[in-house]
Design a protein around this ligand. Structure first.
Ligand SMILES: Nc1ncnc2c1ncn2[C@@H]1O[C@H](COP(=O)(O)OP(=O)(O)OP(=O)(O)O)[C@@H](O)[C@H]1O
Length: 365
């Protein structure tokens, strides 16, 4: 029997994962309701297709089928202040922000959780592939999802202990095919819906189309990093990220070697490119600085050998973590990778692990 009918609000996106999250909790006997967060709508003439109306209908249909109450919670203002502003500010500064990670910290387990508490709920559940495990001392660990192909612990890298305490991940132990089977058996409208892609508020809108509307073009030269030869012009550094190969706009050479972005130079707004090879200057790094460190449990305060995931879907890699003195939450560290890592973009997130257990994360300088 669940602890005295704990009240849980399920964040229902209209996708199959959060639909099954609600189904599982209901079957386990919890007192639950579902809520769709309205973060963004097409009012600002964002180009592209925003499927949010369909998503709300799908989430509502699933809630009805399961027999739970369903609400739409309007968080557009908070989202705009905490995620969109961060996103646009980052791109304007030439870095590559990570709105999905920020959305989890600031919105789902930030304002949405606060809304849930104000309305009498004890916890918020999502359809993330991650597991929450209680330790003997009463603190909680965040562990990778059982389906390694789907694991989303990376996106939770900036969650703290208090947020984790109030979080539930009811599908974290399920393999995706099993989850789809449960959805089909229960006759949920979302059982065969394809997995969503991209950033939670932009929907299907491409990042470039989005940026075009909000960040003014600032053209500059495209420069070959190896010999400073100017190869062409670009419309703005914010359209590019280190490691990018597609859409650079300069043709390959006669040997069909492709160019890759290896850096950005603020002084003359140069986009630095090189042929995509392990020795391309600036493409691979074995040492990086991270800031704004955040810890799920206690902070790592002494140099140690741990693991990290340098981007979503990459395997964990071995690294030496060397915290600055007096390192606590918000601190900085130097990270030395055992093997050089490709294309680490300023503003992106390094998730830190002890095996499957997420320790926390930091942001590349
Ligand atoms: N607009 C939203 N309203 C309510 N919950 C949301 C919303 N967007 C995302 N979530 C929650 O965050 C979780 C992870 O979001 P993500 O966008 O990665 O979706 P997903 O992994 O494709 O899951 P789903 O199949 O449930 O959409 C979702 O499972 C859901 O619980």
């Amino acid at each position: 029997m669940p602890q005295s009918r704990e009240k849980i609000l399920v964040a229902m996106s209209g996708g199959v994962d959060s639909s099954v999250a609600a189904l599982v909790l209901k079957q386990q006997g919890f007192d639950i309701a579902g809520a769709y967060m309205k973060n963004w709508i097409n009012e600002d003439n964002i180009v592209g297709d925003c499927p949010w109306q369909q998503d709300i209908e799908d989430a509502r249909a699933v809630a009805e089928k399961i027999g739970i109450e369903f609400r739409v919670v309007n968080l557009m203002r908070e989202y705009s202040e905490r995620v969109v502003a961060y996103l646009l500010d980052g791109y304007k500064r030439g870095i590559t922000p990570n709105p999905d990670v920020m959305c989890n910290r600031e919105i789902k387990f930030g304002v949405f959780l606060a809304w849930a508490r104000d309305h009498g709920f004890d916890a918020v559940a999502t359809g993330h592939y991650a597991r929450r495990v209680e330790n003997p001392g009463g603190a909680f660990s965040l562990v990778e999802g059982a389906d390694k192909n789907k694991d989303q612990s990376y996106f939770l890298a900036l969650i703290n202990q208090e947020q984790l305490r109030a979080a539930r991940f009811p599908i974290g132990h399920l393999p995706k095919p099993e989850l789809r089977r449960l959805a089909t058996e229960a006759g949920l409208a979302t059982a065969a819906k394809k997995d969503s892609q991209g950033i939670c508020f932009i929907g299907e809108v491409k990042m470039q189309d989005f940026l075009r509307q909000y960040v003014p073009d600032e053209p500059g030269p495209i420069v070959r990093a190896t010999d400073e030869q100017v190869l062409g012009r670009h419309r703005g550094l914010h359209y590019y990220t280190i490691g990018q190969r597609r859409g650079i706009g300069v043709p390959s050479n006669a040997d069909f070697q492709k160019y890759v972005v290896v850096g950005k130079r603020a002084a003359d707004r140069a986009l630095l490119v090189a042929f995509d090879a392990p020795d391309a200057p600036g493409l691979f790094t074995s040492e990086v600085r991270v800031h704004s460190l955040s810890w799920v449990g206690g902070p790592v305060t002494a140099p140690c050998l741990i693991e990290g995931r340098v981007r979503y879907r990459d395997p964990r890699v071995h690294l030496e973590f060397i915290p600055d003195p007096e390192n606590t939450s918000g601190g900085s560290a130097t990270v030395r990778f055992r093997e050089p890592q490709r294309a680490l973009a300023s503003g992106q997130v390094l998730a830190l692990y002890d095996g499957e257990r997420l320790l926390g994360g930091g942001i590349y300088v």
